[in-house]
Design a protein around this ligand. Sequence first.
Ligand code: HEM
Length: 221
Amino acid sequence: MNRKKTKNPLFFLLTGGPTYDVPLGRKDGFNFATEQATIDNLVAPFANTTTVLASLEVKGLDATDAVALSGAHTIGISHCTSFTDRLYPNQDSTMDKTFANNLKRSCPTADSNNTVNMDIRSPNVFDNKYYVDLMNRQGLFTSDQDLYTDKRTRGIVRSFAVNQSLFYEKFVIGMIKMGQLNVLTGGEGEIRKRCDRRNKDKKVDIATVVEELEETFSALF
Ligand code: HEM
């Protein structure tokens, strides 16, 4: 079996975190988003809470969703260039000084190609430590840290920092809401044989897709 196929599901299981039933019936698109469409729909890491809330509001997501979904930054890495505007030429005054000094060691210049963990407390565990980081002014991006500075979201950050189950509950709600955006049904899309490629043949046999998935999962467990 192709090793690459198992990498992502396995990593997800190892990080922990909540599970949820994905609503059924939606299809994969016939096309991929263009680079421009992707950029237009992404919030920049230097965005403040006002911008984050406004960008999510147009998609039907509220402040709780914004704080909960940003909690995905409890795992994973970031390139230096996504946050070095907070270090050079001037250090962001809302950033904890020791944290900033350590980041400067990892990213010695503003355009360094290095990467750092996004959650310094538990970078490989899907837990609520990201919110503890924010309360200690150790959030990596402005879009993260400002959630604790801004009065509209500060209480939500605190509530997740002290209650991991509440974070899990709201994260799942946010994920399900995101999954409802621009749903394609029926002939509007297809079931991809490989999630990163559109099907060559438009008439893919659903049984083949299911068999391949079963093979992947039986090799995992
Ligand atoms: C305010 C909205 C958000 C902003 C500004 C943002 C920004 C970013 C940036 C700049 C990176 C690092 C990219 C790099 O330098 O390599 C990143 C990584 C990541 N983001 Fe977000 N993000 C946001 C929302 C989300 C949401 C909603 C999720 C998922 C529910 C998410 C999950 C992740 C993950 C898992 C990574 C790590 C990827 C890796 O390890 O390769 N982010 N994000």
